[in-house]
Design a protein around this ligand. Structure first.
Ligand SMILES: [Zn+2]
Length: 376
């Protein structure tokens, strides 16, 4: 099951997904007709959901603080808000609104909903089948740790949780339900990291441009920082992040002594990724010094603690909504970072014709359509 699919397919939807807290926000969903509706709260902060019928009477009013599907009775209006918000003052405004607004944020009852649910469940059950093939009947935590990548393990536990959520409402294969319990139990010590990896640790290299940032020839993305030996496998995905890599060809690797000199790699990474590399680097050092903030919430900030970056992708945020791997487009580089980049890349001469900065420019201009993940 691809929980990842749920994330990306909903990323552009409005609703409360990926908001850290609804605080005083009131989201109102207005429908042209009455109907039973199903909302979900995956990736949403704790919220109060209120449903009203066409006459404005409250037919549902609950605080939902877990990720789940919520079945609403026949209603016309749905309100999502912070758990303690007093929504009544807004009621008249909401009720007077035109019912011609687009329908976003909720899944309509009927075929669309059933199909989505069915395909998600089918994928989740397929995940459990894969697990059984690897483990036979008993989950071995050691095998789980070494056989799957951290991001896959994150998706597998999401599948397991999903199956358990539904096991009471739907008729699911008994084996899948049992296996889901054991997987969650085996992965419990690692769950924060692998769920973070299920979003931030997905592979990206095949989708990114792979031309040398110095000369433009075919290149591979080479890592900058290397993990300490004996780091647990669950954290290694952060070293595979794009922010810890630069695209550079064989020849330039040798010319610039990329493999031998960490300081050169760091300068290039710092120049290319700006505040995003700084944030990752801070995580890297804090982990080594055992000084990571104790209140780091990996569910809201899977990449690195909140205080290591700014509030946006451009300024180095490690928040969930920026966690999917993206190329260095629009990263906010300082003048110093640009100078460092140029100094390191061009201070040594090229053999023969001197290329200009076009390859570098092409790399930083490369846009990445994140919605591509939807079709997966
Ligand atoms: Zn090159």
């Amino acid at each position: 099951m691809q929980l990842h699919f749920l994330i990306t397919s909903e990323q552009r939807a409005t609703g409360a997904m990926f908001m850290e807290s609804l605080n005083d926000t009131v989201l109102a969903f207005i429908y042209p007709s009455d109907g039973a509706r199903t909302f979900h709260t995956f990736f949403c902060p704790p919220m109060r959901i209120i449903a009203l019928n066409a006459e404005g009477q409250v037919v549902f009013d609950e605080v939902i603080d877990k990720w789940k599907w919520v079945r609403l009775p026949v209603c016309r209006y749905v309100i999502e808000t912070g758990p303690k918000v007093e929504y009544r003052p807004f009621m008249n405004t909401i009720l007077s609104l035109s019912p011609e607004l687009p329908q976003v944020g909720a899944l309509e009852p009927g075929t669309g909903m059933d199909q989505l649910l069915f395909s998600l469940l089918a994928e989740a059950v397929a995940d459990m089948r894969r697990i059984r093939e690897v483990h036979r009947n008993k989950i071995d935590p050691k095998i789980q740790r070494w056989h799957f990548e951290a991001w896959e393990r994150g998706q597998i536990v999401s599948s397991a949780g999903f199956i358990l959520d539904f096991s009471e409402a739907c008729d699911l294969p008994n084996g899948a339900v049992k296996l889901s319990y054991s997987v969650l139990k085996a992965e419990e010590p690692y769950i924060d990291e692998i769920v973070a990896a299920s979003v931030g640790g997905i592979p990206w290299r095949h989708e990114f441009p792979s031309h040398c940032m110095r000369c433009g020839k075919r290149a591979s993305w080479r890592p900058i920082l290397t993990p300490a030996s004996r780091s647990p496998v669950e954290i290694l995905w952060r070293y595979q992040r794009p922010e810890n890599a630069i695209p550079i060809c064989h020849h330039c690797t040798a010319t610039l002594r990329i493999l031998r000199e960490e300081s050169v790699r760091i300068e290039l990474g710092w120049g290319l990724w700006g505040p995003r590399f700084e944030a990752l680097w801070q995580w890297h050092r804090a982990r080594r010094n055992k000084s990571l903030p104790t209140n780091w919430d990996l569910y809201t900030h899977p990449l690195w603690p909140r205080e290591y970056g700014g509030e946006s992708w451009e300024t180095g945020s490690g928040a969930l909504k920026f966690a999917e791997p993206r190329p260095p487009h629009q990263v906010l580089r300082s003048e110093q970072q640009m100078q460092t980049l140029r100094r390191v890349l061009y201070s040594r001469l090229f053999r023969g014709r001197q290329p200009n900065e076009a390859p570098l420019q092409k790399l930083v201009d490369f846009r990445h359509d994140i919605s591509k993940g939807d079709s997966r």
